[in-house]
Design a protein around this ligand. Structure first.
Ligand code: GLU
Length: 441
């Protein structure tokens, strides 16, 4: 069996960290199994769907390295939904209903008043051909409902949640098409999954009850259902589904210098029994990826954890990969020297300026004599070997200074900062002339 997964966003906004996680897991499962990962644009809602979001979804997936093997879009498949609805109607599994929204609301209120669940009473099924003809001649256009089979219990083994069981008799026949002819999510999604040969539907647990209904749709269409994996939702480090997470996406990550590798490494592992590790290579993340390792508790997204992971990923990045993003002139040696000090690749430019640019002199009066001595020593040592250890070794012997008193004034004068990359790596890059000038400024 070919493993086919799909990521099915509605293009009504940008992707956020929650749906990026779903996309990633679908991509990982397909890749782990040598299968295919499809992007399906769920754009049945013409009013709320926008082309710019379709473009942004594609661009975000590309940035994340989650490249689809193919793309479908629902707005190009309305003829399929028409055909399937006609077949379901003919088979007695879909029916037109004529109640207005107000009437349905009233029915729900009456049911609630009697302490009954708000289940649709199927009044539309009792209409005769004459009733329907009369309503339609009055200009009432029907919406359509899928008719659930109340006698067969709905059950499946969810790859994350385990055995699931629903009683169809406690559920309303879902509305699948509105009176204006537009489609709701439920049936088109099941039709697409069946016709695209989707083997695994991986999505958030907010879809569990939809799955119960869709399983009956697969059955009514004579299609084998896919396997389902419903993931626990993502919550913020503050422990709730935050608004902030809903707007946190690729743009925000890029802005603060987060690498796609860090996003993948974090989202692949949170909510699972595997530890979060700075693994840049997706193949290594895929190795241990398994729905059996997913927990039922919400997955916790923590910005600080992402930032920490990002730094570790940056520390291991090869020059070839980052070269196009570094300032002109910055070579591999410079990259390797500053890399362990970076939180983001962009910060490399700051250190390049320290190596190659003007450094504001930062000299304490108490250090003037010491630095005058440093200028003298710096002019004499062999710069091609290990100038930092030569410089500090000689100064230690001649001035008696050690530790911080020895190193800090040198670092400040040479870099204009108190902290930074290993001076032994930095000093050869700064070079003798610049070093002498900075120590003497
Ligand atoms: N468009 C649906 C959503 O974004 C897709 C759900 C599904 O994966 O079936 O919720």
């Amino acid at each position: 069996m070919t493993i086919i997964t799909r990521f099915a966003p509605s293009p009504t906004g940008r992707l956020h960290v929650g749906n990026i996680r779903t996309a990633l897991h679908n991509w990982m499962w397909a890749h782990k199994n040598g299968g295919q990962f499809w992007l399906r644009i769920d754009d049945t809602d013409a009013e709320r769907s926008e082309e710019r979001y379709v473009d942004a979804i594609r661009a975000d997936l590309a940035w994340l390295g989650l490249v689809p093997d193919g793309e479908e879009r629902q707005s190009a498949r309305f003829h399929r939904y028409e055909a399937r609805l006609a077949a379901l109607h003919a088979a007695g599994r879909a029916y037109p209903a004529y109640e207005t929204a107000q009437e349905l609301d009233l029915k729900r209120k009456i049911a609630a008043g009697r302490g009954l669940p708000p289940v649709y009473d199927r009044a539309a099924l009792a209409l005769s051909d004459d009733d329907r003809a009369r309503l339609e001649s009055e200009g009432v256009r029907p919406h359509w409902r899928f008719q659930l089979d109340h006698d067969t219990p709905i059950e499946w083994d969810d790859l994350i949640r385990g055995h699931q069981k629903f009683d169809a008799a406690t559920m309303s026949d879902p509305v699948i098409r509105r009176a204006d002819g537009s489609w709701l999510y439920m049936l088109p999604s099941a039709i697409d999954d069946a016709e695209m040969g989707v083997s695994h539907v991986v999505r958030g647990e907010d879809h569990v009850s939809n799955t119960a209904l869709q399983l009956q749709m697969f059955d009514a269409m004579g299609a084998a259902p896919p396997a389902f994996a419903h993931e626990a939702l993502l919550v913020g480090s503050e422990g709730k589904l935050s608004k902030r997470l809903g707007s946190l996406g690729v743009d925000a990550f890029r802005e603060i210098g987060i690498e796609p590798e860090a996003v993948r490494a974090l989202l692949a592992r949170i909510g699972t029994s595997d530890p979060v590790e700075p693994i840049a290579d997706p193949e290594r993340l895929i190795e241990t990826f398994d729905f059996a390792r997913f927990g039922r508790a919400p997955a916790r997204f923590d910005d600080a954890e992402l930032a920490g992971l990002n730094a570790k990923i940056v520390h291991a990045m090869n020059y070839d990969i980052v070269a196009p993003r570094l300032p002109a002139g910055m070579g591999e040696t410079e990259w390797l020297a500053v890399r362990p000090n970076l939180k983001t690749v962009a910060e490399a430019a700051d250190w390049w300026a320290v190596i190659d640019g003007e450094v504001p002199g930062d000299i304490d009066d108490a250090d003037r004599d010491f630095l005058a001595e440093a200028v003298r020593v710096a002019g004499t040592i062999d710069w091609s070997a290990d100038p930092w250890h030569a410089l500090t070794g000689t100064l230690k012997a001649s001035t008696g200074r050690s530790g911080k008193a020895l190193f800090l004034p040198l670092r400040r004068a040479l870099t204009g900062r108190d902290h930074g990359p290993d001076m032994a790596a930095l000093l050869p890059l700064i070079g003798q002339d610049r070093a002498v000038a900075r120590l003497g400024s």
